[in-house]
Design a protein around this ligand. Structure first.
Ligand SMILES: Cc1cc2nc3c(=O)[nH]c(=O)nc-3n(C[C@H](O)[C@H](O)[C@H](O)COP(=O)(O)OP(=O)(O)OC[C@H]3O[C@@H](n4cnc5c(N)ncnc54)[C@H](O)[C@@H]3O)c2cc1C
Length: 427
């Protein structure tokens, strides 16, 4: 984190993908401040229809986000502060707020090009009063120095470097503060929205900071499910076949560093095994895509991907609709698509299959499938989503070219008794 000296007595933290108070470096820099408040800015473009015929953010995702913001506001209020929610452009709103309140500013550094561009504009506008954290990543911010000519072309290459670097990390995180400076004045209310949780949802819990810590406690210490993660991670039904941390990490209810700190603690107490290692391995996939996004910028979203591969552009609206609604000739794909629409979640196994089916069997443009995932997934993360889609399409980081799954044999192997298919066939 870089900090510049400032005499202002008010501090603002701009919450972006870090809707939490634990593991936030800004909380340790509030000494001497009389006032503090948080701000969150909603981008109005998220609610406009795209040329693909749907919004970038579904109503379910929006309700989930509102609830997360509400929970954060409640937490801030308990500590004497508050959260301001605005709709608009950060590079216009933030400098104005800083000017009006003569405030210093902090935020978590972004990896995506448009977010970075906004942040750079802000840094230029309020040069003397900003600092940025990097508590959304496992590796230090200094390690985000890849250029396209030296970025590891395979995950294995990246993992080896990351594991070497991680030897020196002690996984400390910033504890939740006990109190905060008060707000300079009161702000708008955010009302909690009732988000009905689907009976069969694999994530039957609210998404907020406390719930993230409860889930971690359950997955590690109560159920010890983490010790079987490698054997269960390809599951399709239930909460404990995988960690379900993604919904919390995506908007930052928990930081990956907090998870690592507990993983190490768990290994020290209960013993490490292939499964506990594998959770770190998977978290490194996330890290890999974050670094790739930072390195390749807009290419993450371009049709030809980061490798400039050949793509099929022929969108058929009817085919897209049938895939979205789970009405294709493939019942395993349909079950997964229905789970997604009903709950905002789908297993990793499911995601790989439906994406492969969309691209390689239905011959549809990968970026439109990715956009539908963006609309639907409660754990939507631009780097992980577009990175994985590119990987399967063969325009990204996949050393084997693309990945074409045989969805019938995948269903036979992972759902031999049709339990999963039968669960979702009635919805
Ligand atoms: C086409 C496609 C799109 C995807 N889109 C997203 C997305 O928008 N957001 C997202 O968080 N993940 C995405 N993933 C990755 C993965 O499917 C989810 O992270 C995982 O299913 C979430 O469940 P979990 O937390 O129980 O995962 P676990 O299996 O418990 O894994 C633990 C954590 O490791 C990370 N992780 C695991 N697998 C991957 C992976 N392949 N890529 C990146 N990180 C990974 C996640 O942070 C996850 O929470 C996508 C995968 C595919 C194939």
């Amino acid at each position: 984190m870089s900090i510049k000296k400032t005499n202002s007595t008010t501090h603002i933290h701009w919450f972006i993908h870090d809707l939490r108070l634990t593991d936030q470096s800004f909380t340790t820099h509030l000494a001497g401040k009389n006032y503090f408040f948080g701000v969150y800015i909603l981008d109005p473009r998220l609610f406009k229809h795209t040329s693909f015929g749907f919004r970038r953010m579904s109503l379910m995702r929006l309700q989930n986000l509102r609830n997360q913001l509400h929970a954060l506001q409640v937490d801030l209020r308990k500590l004497g502060s508050d959260l301001l929610v605005c709709v608009g452009t950060p590079s216009k709103i933030i400098p104005e707020l800083c000017k009006n309140y003569d405030a210093s500013l902090s935020f978590q550094r972004a990896t995506f090009h448009w977010e970075k561009t906004e942040q750079d504009k802000i840094l230029n506008a309020i040069e003397n009063v900003a600092f940025e954290g990097n508590e959304n990543y496992l590796l230090p911010l200094e390690s985000f120095t890849w250029r396209t000519n030296n970025f590891p072309k395979s995950f294995t290459g990246f993992r080896k470097k990351a594991e070497k670097m991680a030897k020196n990390i002690d996984w400390m995180y910033y504890p939740k503060p006990q109190e905060l400076p008060n707000t300079p004045k009161s702000f708008s209310e955010i009302k909690k929205v009732k988000t009905p949780i689907h009976l069969m949802s694999a994530i039957p819990f609210p998404v907020n900071e406390q719930s993230a810590l409860d889930r971690l406690n359950h997955y590690f210490y109560e159920s010890k499910a983490v010790s079987k993660y490698k054997e269960t991670r390809n599951g399709l039904l239930g909460t404990n076949y995988s960690s379900k941390f993604s919904v919390f990490i995506a908007n930052g209810s928990i930081s990956p560093r907090t998870i690592m700190r507990h993983l190490k603690k768990y290994e020290a107490t209960h013993g490490g095994n292939e499964s506990t290692y594998w959770l770190w391995f998977e978290l490194l996939w996330r890290e890999y895509f974050q670094h790739a996004a930072a390195c390749y910028g807009a290419k993450l979203f371009l049709k030809n991907g980061i490798n400039g591969g050949l793509v099929d552009e022929g969108l058929k609206v009817n085919t897209l609709k049938k895939w979205q609604n789970g009405e294709t000739p493939d019942q395993f794909v349909n079950a997964n698509m229905k789970e997604l629409v009903n709950t905002g979640f789908m297993s990793n196994r499911g995601r790989q299959n439906v994406a492969s089916f969309f691209i390689h069997d239905l011959k549809q443009p990968w970026w439109i499938g990715a956009a539908w995932f963006e609309n639907q997934l409660l754990d939507f993360d631009a780097a992980s989503n577009y990175g994985n889609w590119q990987y399967i399409a063969g325009v990204g980081f996949n050393p084997k070219g693309g990945s074409h799954f045989n969805t019938v044999s995948q269903a036979n192997f992972y759902d031999p008794n049709f339990e999963y298919i039968n669960t979702w066939s009635n919805y």
